[in-house]
Design a binder for this molecule. Structure first.
Ligand code: C2E
Ligand code: MG
Ligand code: MG
Ligand code: MG
Length: 288
């Protein structure tokens, strides 16, 4: 009986992985044409400064709509794009399109805010990364002082001479670096100490059980303090409730992002948002 269940489970597992492989192959094929067919778009999620109670900037997030597959999320297709090497073209497109959007926002007369762009470790690792970036800045008219790159810990893992040099060059341009998905990677305390990043972005997974587990509060509190003690600012992503916001205000978190404030917005909606929302926190409500 149990043997039989075991066999069935293996069969199910095999069927599942077969389906998985088929889907991956399908996405690989579709991705190869996605740029030419203009299937990508960008949305922008506000980042809120808690200390200044205003918009700090927006993060560009990639969206893909395929005529047959429908919407495919970046968590699914970015790893595939990385495996096939397409990430370089896609990443360059994201950077260029988001910089162009930023320049258009500026033309509407709004007060300038930061543009954050996610950069894959593979993109960052390429030798011509800084040159490509420079070319994009020149071509679009993006002001590097308002550009922030979000890199993950794994980009920094091989924190060798070339990474060091790249970060120094970016710093010279006036570009900021934030460490995305912080807490999920493998960076050691020593690496953290040496990293020239300005912002720690604590991964959303850390806020999900903030109040269901006492230890979780202690961990997130320590992460915020660690960032501050290293001279960095700290951003919490995935903020969805006023309780979470209140807790973060109390813990002196610098920036927040999440559905509580805003979902990712289309380019035009960003201008509406900037013009209509002038304050994010009602202090009477959230602070004792
Ligand atoms: P990320 O950079 O950590 O982005 C945060 C993700 O959390 C986004 O998902 C965002 O839509 C989602 N999110 C924001 N606030 C909330 C919230 O309050 N609740 C919940 N449940 N989710 C929230 P998205 O857009 O699906 O992106 C997933 C990941 O894909 C990103 O994680 C990033 O690693 C990657 N990605 C997205 N766009 C790009 C891109 O242009 N280039 C690269 N290399 N990676 C990208
Ligand atoms: Mg990000
Ligand atoms: Mg993140
Ligand atoms: Mg993430």
């Amino acid at each position: 009986e149990s043997k039989r269940t075991g066999k069935n489970q293996i069969k199910e597992f095999e069927e599942e992985s077969r389906q998985q492989i088929l889907r991956t192959v399908e996405i690989e094929k579709a991705l190869a044409q996605a740029l030419d067919r203009s299937e990508f778009s960008l949305v922008y999620q506000p980042k809120v400064s808690l200390t200044q109670n205003r918009l700090e900037g927006v993060e560009a997030l990639l969206r893909w709509h395929h005529p047959v597959l429908g919407h495919v999320g970046p968590d699914e297709f970015i790893p595939i794009a990385e495996n096939t090497g397409l990430i370089h073209q896609i990443g360059t497109w994201v950077l260029r399109e988001s910089c162009l959007a930023w320049v258009r926002w500026q033309k509407t007369g709004v007060k300038p805010f930061t543009l954050s762009v996610n950069v894959s470790p593979l993109q960052f690792a390429r030798e011509d990364f800084v040159d490509t970036l420079q070319a994009t800045l020149d071509a679009t008219g993006m002001d590097p002082m308002f550009l922030e790159l979000e890199v993950t810990e794994s980009s920094m893992l091989s924190y060798e001479q070339s990474t060091r040099e790249k970060l120094a060059q970016l710093h010279q341009f006036g570009i900021m670096i934030s460490l995305d998905d912080f807490g999920t990677g493998y960076s050691s305390f020593r690496q953290l100490r040496e990293l020239p990043v300005q912002v720690l972005k604590i991964d959303r997974s850390f806020i999900v059980n903030l109040f269901t587990d006492r230890n979780q509060e202690a961990i997130v509190r320590s992460m915020i303090q660690l960032g501050h003690n290293l001279g960095m600012k700290v951003l919490m992503e995935g903020v969805e409730t006023s309780d979470q916001l209140e807790w973060l205000l109390n813990e002196q978190c610098d920036y927040v992002q999440g559905y509580y404030f805003s979902r990712p917005l289309r380019e035009k909606e960003v201008v509406k948002h900037v013009k209509s929302v002038t304050t994010y926190i009602e202090f009477g409500k959230t602070r004792a």
